[in-house]
Design a protein around this ligand. Structure first.
Ligand SMILES: Cc1cc2nc3c(=O)[nH]c(=O)nc-3n(C[C@H](O)[C@H](O)[C@H](O)COP(=O)(O)OP(=O)(O)OC[C@H]3O[C@@H](n4cnc5c(N)ncnc54)[C@H](O)[C@@H]3O)c2cc1C
Length: 393
């Protein structure tokens, strides 16, 4: 039986823990942060990620904890005019065999953590992995607990991955002069439109805002994305200057009440990372943001980390029969890389479309959205069917 270490207890690492345990592996997860880390915002997991999690018996818990939006409304951020509507809810469930769920990030990670514990995965919080090395016998990790050797190490340690830095060659990422501010606001403090079961996407010149209810409608999650001149780090814990957020989105008059009720927000710089040629070195393999960060304009980063875990699990299971673990790790990357590349391209294109500046292009884009939404509403959803109905099989 394989003895596997997972570095990182984010959505990717915890999904990997559940899936690997389900096929009978011994799993130990090391996480540098405490179990209850402060803060937290929302996260959307589309049908492709939900289907993968459901395969591991999590359907009921997901529907208990997640909010299911009925639609996505595209709104002109300056005028408040509704431009288009993409049906989700039952339409998405019917098309893709699963709904699109919205969670408080803490709720989703605690669901996944509890399932790991129930399955007997060993989880060590406040235990950063300090070094990783490997020889012919396999990888060894050093933590405050000492050194431990494993048959395989799965690095799910996020965008600033220590394992990627120590073992893989990566070119430095490039700052895209874009930032995302993230916050949650209590629904009671906002206009009623934010309480309804829908995702809202407010479009503007060089910027957009996404909002959606979480925690059974008690909170509303906001992501404010904008072009930005000065450098900003790619990390979760940078506090945003609230006046800066207000100023950056001053023309979004429909959101003024929102700005008045933001207590704190985090600011995240958006970077382009080159896709690694190889996703594993001997018996160290990468997944999720540690492997291939994805810009947030399609809400696919965490969902793809879940898909990675599922594919990895399928490959490892296969290696039990053909005894070629490294060959299967290679296959994992071969199967996943084209899809990730395509999703990254589509996400970048969304950024361009959402942030159009020239007035004529904005008018054309909004007109096309409006017409499609009127005559063929499912088209806007079907445009990404290859994402939502795809994934490991
Ligand atoms: C503004 C914004 C909005 C987004 N919205 C969505 C969305 O709606 N839907 C979606 O699917 N994706 C979304 N994403 C992307 C998503 O957040 C990430 O892709 C996802 O969190 C990646 O999961 P992960 O498990 O790979 O990494 P992470 O979530 O970063 O987890 C990595 C974990 O590893 C731990 N760690 C790091 N170093 C060490 C170490 N040395 N030892 C031990 N532990 C370590 C970290 O503490 C962390 O817990 C968004 C991203 C941004 C920036």
């Amino acid at each position: 039986m394989l003895n596997i270490a997972v570095v990182g207890a984010g959505i990717g690492g915890l999904s990997a823990g559940i899936m690997l345990r389900n096929i009978g592996c011994e799993v130990t997860i090391f996480e540098k942060l405490p179990q209850k880390s402060p803060g937290g915002v929302g996260i959307q997991i589309s049908a492709n990620g939900i289907r993968a999690l459901r395969e591991y018996g999590l359907a009921e818990k997901i529907s208990e904890l997640g909010d299911l939006p009925d639609c996505i409304d595209f709104i002109n951020g300056c005028t408040g005019e509704k431009v288009a509507k993409i049906p989700l809810g039952k339409t998405a469930e019917k098309l893709y065999g699963a709904g699109f769920y919205q969670f408080h990030r803490e709720d989703l990670t605690s669901l996944l953590r509890n399932e790991n514990l129930r399955l007997g995965v060993k989880l060590f919080y406040e235990t950063p992995v300090l070094t990783v090395h490997q020889d012919n016998k396999g990888p060894t990790v050093t933590t405050r607990l000492g050194q431990a050797s494993f048959d395989l190490l799965v690095a799910a340690d996020g965008i600033n991955s220590l394992v990627r830095n120590q073992i893989f060659d990566e070119q430095p990422p490039i700052f895209l002069n874009q930032v995302a501010y993230r916050t949650v606001v209590s629904t009671g403090k906002l206009p009623k439109t934010f309480a309804s079961k829908r995702t809202q996407l407010f479009l503007g010149s060089g910027k957009h805002v996404v909002s959606y209810p979480i925690r059974n409608g008690d909170l509303v999650n906001f992501v404010f994305c904008t072009e930005f001149d000065s450098y900003c780090q790619e990390r979760w814990d940078t506090d945003a200057n609230l006046q800066e957020v207000k100023d950056k989105f001053a023309e979004f008059t429909v959101l003024q009440k929102v700005f008045n009720n933001i207590v704190s927000a985090k600011k995240w710089g958006l970077f382009e990372h080159t896709l690694l040629k190889s996703w594993h070195r001997k018996r160290v393999v990468l997944l999720g943001d540690a492997c291939h960060p994805i810009l947030p304009y399609l809400a696919q980063g965490a969902t793809q980390a879940i898909e990675d875990s599922h594919e990895l699990c399928i490959r490892i299971k296969k290696s039990f029969r053909n005894r070629d673990l490294e060959g299967q790790l290679r296959k994992y990357a071969t199967n996943r890389a084209p899809r990730i590349r395509k999703i990254r391209r589509a996400s970048k294109l969304n950024a361009t479309l959402f942030h159009l500046k020239a007035r004529i292009l904005v008018l054309i884009f909004h007109f096309i959205l409006k017409m499609l939404s009127l005559v063929w509403p499912k088209f806007l959803l079907r445009r990404f069917s290859w994402i939502y109905s795809g994934g490991p099989a």
